[in-house]
Every structure is written in C-alpha cells, then in structure tokens.
Design a protein around this ligand. Sequence first.
Ligand SMILES: Cc1cc2nc3c(=O)[nH]c(=O)nc-3n(C[C@H](O)[C@H](O)[C@H](O)COP(=O)(O)O)c2cc1C
Length: 211
Amino acid sequence: MSHIQKALEWRYATKQFDSTKKLTEEQLNTILESMRLSASSYGLQPWKFVIVQNPEVREKLKAASWNQPQVTDASHFVVLCVRTDVNEAYVDAYMKKISETRSVPVEQLSGYADMIKGTLGRRTAEQILEWSTHQVYIALGTALLAAAETNIDACPMEGFESSTFDTILDLPAKNLSSRVCIALGFRAESDEMAKAPKVRFDSSDVVIEIA
Ligand SMILES: Cc1cc2nc3c(=O)[nH]c(=O)nc-3n(C[C@H](O)[C@H](O)[C@H](O)COP(=O)(O)O)c2cc1C
C-alpha cells in the first residue's frame, strides 16, 4: 500500500478531539500552506481562510453548528470562505501578481485577463459565487490530505449555518462568505469512530474505464 493510501486509510472525520493536545505553529502552517497552494480554476484563488481561536467566538460558532463539539474542542478551527468580490478589478489584481511573480509585463497578460473576464461576463453573480465555491472545496480536499500526511486529525464540516457564521465573523465587511470548515487537532482516545472501518464503494463501483 502506498504511503498516501495509508494516510488516507488512517484519517477519518474526527468527532471527538482531545482538547489538551495542540498543533505546533509548524503543523498549523503546513495545513494553511496546503490550502494556499491549492489548485484553482485560472489560478484565481477565490478564497480566504479564517482561523478562529477566540474561545467565546468558538462557543457562538458551535451554537450555529448544531452544537458539534469539534468546533470548540479541536486545537484549531478554520473557516474556509469564498471571496464575494471576484470581478474585473480582482482579475486585474491577479494579473499584477502574475506580472510581479514571473517578471512579465502586465500588458503581455491582457489576453489571459480578457479570457478570464469573458468567463466572468458570461456568468451571473450567483454563478460566479457558485464557481468560486467549488474552488474553496479543492482547498478543503488539499488540507484533508495534508493533515492525513502529517498525522494531524481533522473534521471537514459543512453542518453549520453559513449566514450566522458570516454575521458572527463579520465576513460581509471583508467581502467573504463562509462555505466549509475544518477542525484540526488530535483524536480523543474515546472517539469510537476512529475504530470504525471506512465505508467506501469498491473501486469497480466508482471507476469506469472507457477502453
Ligand atoms: C464537505 C463535507 C462536510 C462535512 N460536514 C461534516 C459535519 O458537519 N460534521 C461531521 O461530523 N462530519 C462532517 N463531514 C464528514 C463526513 O461525514 C465524512 O467525511 C464521511 O462520513 C466519510 O467518513 P471519513 O471521512 O471518516 O472517512 C463532512 C465531510 C465533508 C467532505
């Protein structure tokens, strides 16, 4: 079995965290970097990752998450947000970043910029938000793999009221909206789910080869 396969077998959506065990700065950074370095359509990175460490704020978030204990008990709790300002100005800012990073004159990127702006132009604001949200989930997947690889437990979480999270975290003022969360830390000995066999359809059920 490959290393990556073993890591994926080891990981599970952790229900009970040992609240006394904390990630080191380096461990946290590995996960945050995995999200920052994730792939996204056109490389637009329409996301921000909000780390919530304030215990009182986490209590409020827990109340808006069907009281799921991971919100308060995990070492770190990160809310993955979608940017609500993916527009022409944002594309221009992205072009500037490419220009600086790769030492290319920004004028040389105008074809690429126009292509992205064309894609945005053909979509409604709602469709852009949905498309951007897809990218946020890629960051979630990358983070889950990075956590598994480095023996950090994680629970991906969608079971929360997004609009309440947005209000608690003042996200609209930051041009953001919450989409999915990741609780990070270390499993409690008592978490029975750690022992439960992984339920997945067989490879033959999910892989189709067109020969
Ligand atoms: C997008 C997403 C949202 C999820 N939301 C929750 C959640 O709110 N609470 C929870 O306990 N598990 C949540 N899960 C965990 C899934 O239930 C879990 O990944 C699935 O049952 C497969 O089990 P495994 O990850 O332990 O292998 C979520 C998973 C994903 C990918």
